[in-house]
Design a protein around this ligand. Sequence first.
Ligand code: KG4
Ligand code: ZN
Length: 332
Amino acid sequence: MGIETSCDETAAAVVEDGVSILSNQIASQVEIHARYGGIVPEVASRQHILAIIPILKQAMAEAKVTWSDLDGIAVTIGPGLAGSLLVGANVAKAISIAHRLPVTGVNHLEGHIYASWLVGRSIDFPVVCLIVSGGHSDLVLMRGHGDYVVLGRTRDDASGEAFDKAARILGLGYPGGPAIEQAARKGTASIKLPRAWLKGTNDFSFSGVKTALLRLVEGDKVALSASQSGELPTRVDAAASFQEAVIDVLVTKTVAVAKECRVKQILLVGGVASNKLLRKRLVENSPIPVLVPELVLCTDNAAMIAACGYYHFQAGKVDGMDLDVVPGLKLA
Ligand code: KG4
Ligand code: ZN
């Protein structure tokens, strides 16, 4: 059983042998937070408390299992919002005591990587993982189960965060990633926005492209309303240009580091990995095979946590009742 409550989705899933999904239940709070334009942590933890037991019951019903069918509980302990993580961690410990099941704490980013094991294809180490989510844009070399070397990370905004901020600048709503992707489909990437290549490093930076977009909007260089001149690029063109700039950097740097490390595969994971243009571009531009989970396994879910937990248990990683949340948890 996997449990995930690190941010704004309350999720529970049952996975068999680390690879087969028996159930994958997600209660999203997105509509509640949308009215504030972003996640309100206090509201998120209260919603997790309301949703967690029904979601656990649904996950067990969908998988047609009882407590005695389960071998262990895997729960996200970080990184994430402390109040949200605490709900999942405490429920996991309660189940562990009540049903005498071992519990293992999972790093949310490691969980995102393990969504790749639910794709149904074999994975050959070493691999390079591009983890792109609301809080992270990391390039990670994975040499075996649980063996990570962080090669690069964002120096400022994460790519998902940049999508969210760009959507806000363009008045496209929340969450920004899907909103930008949808708008971009109707536009052309006609605006040249800056790319931060940070040459000689595997790091990313997305605050520059976001600020460049903001300056264009503030300077009335983008037509946000119908009354503005027909000469200007429109909101959808700005969305397409922004998406293009972010994807260009993500794809170019990922392919370069994968070649340099002579890896066998590239794993594209995290919420931003559900972006169809990013998926397409990485596959098209990489001579190395790319594995991308289906959309529902890119954004936050508990099946990926359960899959990761399976490998923890295989490696003997069992936690005690002193298991605690670590909001700033790092991968390596
Ligand atoms: O992995 P995730 O669900 O949660 C975190 O761990 O943060 O990622 C959420 C992020 C948000 O910033 C959201 O805007 C972005 O993923 N996202 C997308 C798309 N769908 C979600 N970004 C670009 N294109 C998408 N289709
Ligand atoms: Zn996530």
